[in-house]
Every structure is written in structure tokens, then in C-alpha cells.
Design a protein around this ligand. Sequence first.
Ligand SMILES: C[S@@+](CC[C@H](N)C(=O)[O-])C[C@H]1O[C@@H](n2cnc3c(N)ncnc32)[C@H](O)[C@@H]1O
Length: 469
Amino acid sequence: MKKIRHPEKIGQIVDSKEERVHHLEVDLDEDDGEYLSRCQVDTPPKIVDLTWRLVNDRRPDVDSVVDFGCGDARFASAGKWGSYVGYEIDPKRAPKSRLPCGASFQVADAFGVSSLAGCFSACVGNPPYVRHHDLGGAWLAKTESRLSQIDGYVSDGRSNAYVYFMWLALDCVAANGLVAMVVPYEWSSRPASAALRKFISDKRWGVDIYHLHEAGFERVLTTACIAIIDKASKTGRWKFHDVAPDLSTRPLRSVTRSSERRLDYEEAATGTRAHRGLSPGGQEAFVLTEEKRIHFRLERGRDVVPAVTSFRHLESKQATLSESLFRENYINAGKPCWLLNTAADPSAALGVYLATIGESIRANYTCSARREWWRFPMPRPPHILYASGFKSTVAPKMFRNDIGAIHVGGIHGIYCERAGMVKSVFDRLSEMDLSSRVVPLSNGFLKLEVHQMNSILNALVHELQGNSQ
Ligand SMILES: C[S@@+](CC[C@H](N)C(=O)[O-])C[C@H]1O[C@@H](n2cnc3c(N)ncnc32)[C@H](O)[C@@H]1O
């Protein structure tokens, strides 16, 4: 793999006007271009100001400040601090204007700088957001090698890049230091950051999470928050706050933003369990419309099976996905609804269709990991289908699965231990208000995770067993 180096800049001061911009040695792979383009979303100035307000409320005279993944070092342009150093991996991001006195900008990989543990009074910033399957092996190896120096570090292969930066920040501030980072709100609830939250809780550090509805980022997929972790506070308390559009803050009762406790994440305790929607490796290629099915002469059952990828266009008062509803709302409506049947060897017709699928699908994350790029294990059709996401309703849309459709993508499935239980499980689920018990993602969009559905099902099965005794 070709390396891009900047030898003429290594270790030198590069801007005669700006004496505080330094370039250390950074190796950027060509592949890093994609990683960088994913994560270079700048923080709006009002959020930088708010972050500093929250820091200076707690530390009016904060001394040394570090910013990992500092971009153009915009966090140096606000707040009250003694000294500031920003580390940025991409030399092209260097600040365009002069830095304030006491601030410096270093081109360096945050995880490659040695001897920073416990060195700073505070760490501020907005670390990169890159999903775990977009993080390369080399990136992970280097990052893990740095973080494994932390006593108590627990690696979780499902983590987004920002989680690694939070570990680094906690390690680099002193024993009474403060971390203030703009990160996705989901860090406070998702399983992939559970080890980080446990580490913080075990230390009994005080945590304040400020939920931003309208942060004003140019392109973000999740709701953001400002997470403040105060190592000096030994209360062990996690407090949640709402940030209004005028940036005033008010306390919230819990992470779900309501007075109700968040639904727990549980493994299924019985054969009644939820199952994530299938990820076949590219819905466009693997789930076809009726028009495409006919074009390639693919037969229902032999080559394709019914499948649902969305309920958005269905009314929730319909309780059953029947043959007529499927025909009218999926087949005739031109929706993707035929999943390739890869259980047996492909028929001649299916073979012809597979040959039309291009390299970009064959080489994607899911397909390239398979022995035969197109073959996936076909799940059993679940008894109940539900949308994992919902908005403006009290619970996700849910249907009894009369046609044996396969659940794909954001549509998840529920298997009941016995067919005789399906009606009771469905009826009880349909009565529930779950909206106040899950964490909002963005714009009021709520997501019910598979393991949260399992915790509901575990309780439900217990209740149904009690009723039948
Ligand atoms: C979300 S942007 C935030 C930039 C800036 N802090 C702001 O708030 O506007 C994250 C930055 O981290 C940088 N970055 C990504 N990985 C890095 C690494 N390993 N070391 C240093 N910087 C990194 C990216 O180039 C990007 O500029």
C-alpha cells in the first residue's frame, strides 16, 4: 500500500507567521482518505462555546488542555484556558488563521503520541465518528496497542472510533481532570460502549450528558451530546440534561428523556426471542421488485422468497401481513419484496441474475467475507415482524407474519417458542407504550434494539406462564 508522507515538514515549524503549527511524522495510507472523509465534520461555533461554558463552569481556571482530532483547532478559539495543544492527523486541516497565545497545533496521530497519560487538566473536542466496520485493521491494531496501556481498558470490537478517543481522553487527563467531548448521544446507552461506561462507573467519576437536539452539524446521522466526565467528582452519579435551541439547559430524569427507566438489554431466556433483520449484503441486489423478478424469470419459492424491508407505507391498524396485503402493498406497489433464495444451488435463471451483479456488491464488507459471495444462511420466517425504528407513535409497527416473509434490514422478527403463543405475545406487545423507554436517536426517531425486545419478551413469557398456572 502506498504511503503519503510529508518529509519536508516533519518536525519543522511550517508557517513563519504561525510559530505554533508543528508537523510530526504521520503516515497516511491512501485508504485513510475514506476514513478521514467520513469523520471530518466540524463543530458549529455555538457548540464549541457551549462546551467551553460547561467546562469553565466547573473549572474557571483550567490550565492545560488537549484536543485529540482537533481539525482546525477551533476549540482553541473559545473558552478560558492556560495552554492548549491540538493533535490532528490530517495536515490539510491546519488552522488557516493565527492561533491564540498559548495554543499549539500538532500534526500527529492521537494514538501515536507517547507519554501523554495524566498530563492535562482537561480534554475537549469532537472526536471522529467512524463505524466499527469502516475502521481498518491497521488503525485498530495501533489504537489498541496505545489503549492497552490503560489499566482496566476493555476492548470492544463493535466500537465506533469516538469510543476509542474517549478512552484516550480519560487516560490523558490528570486524576482530577475533566473530559468534555461532543459525541453521539447513543454512547450513554449502546452495548458497544458498555465497557467504557462501566470503567467510568467503577471509578465513580461524575458524568453529565447534555443532549443536543439541534446541534447544527452539516451532516450527522445521530443525535449528539456533550459528555462531561469529571474525574475530580467521586459521586458516581450520571446526570442527563436537555439543551434547548437557545442553548439553555435543564435537567432530565434519565437517558430516555422521560421518567421511565430505559429498557434493559437481555439475551432471550426462552425460545421466544427477537431476531435482527437479515443483512444479505446489499438490499438492492438481494431484494428484488416484482418487475425485476419477472424480468429474470425468477420463481417464487425456487429462486426468491417473500421478504419485507420496510413498513413505512403500511398502516399500523392492519395487524397481519396476509397474502392480499403483501400483494397489494408490496408486489403491485413495486416495493422490493423478493429475497434471493440461496438455500439450494441456484437455478439457471438465478445464475443469470447473479452474473449481472457487479464488483462493488461482490466486494462489499458482507459479501467479501463469505466463501461464496452471494450465499447467506436463510433464517426461518419469524411469527411476528416489527420495525426496529419508530417515530411519532408509541411503539413500532408490528404484523403477524401469515405469509412466511423474511425480515430484512430494519425489519426485525420474533420467534415464539410455541405457535400457540403467537396471538397472546402479539396482543400484549400491541398494547405497550415503548416510546418513553428507549433512547431517542435523532429528530425524535426511536430505535428498539433486538436485546431490548428480548428483555420485553422475557418478561412477557414469564407473565404468560404465570397466567396459565
Ligand atoms: C469530527 S472532526 C472534528 C474536528 C474539530 N475538532 C472540530 O470540532 O471541528 C474529527 C477530526 O479528527 C481527525 N482525526 C481522525 N483520526 C485521528 C487520529 N487518529 N489522530 C488525530 N486526529 C484524527 C480528523 O482528521 C478530523 O479532523
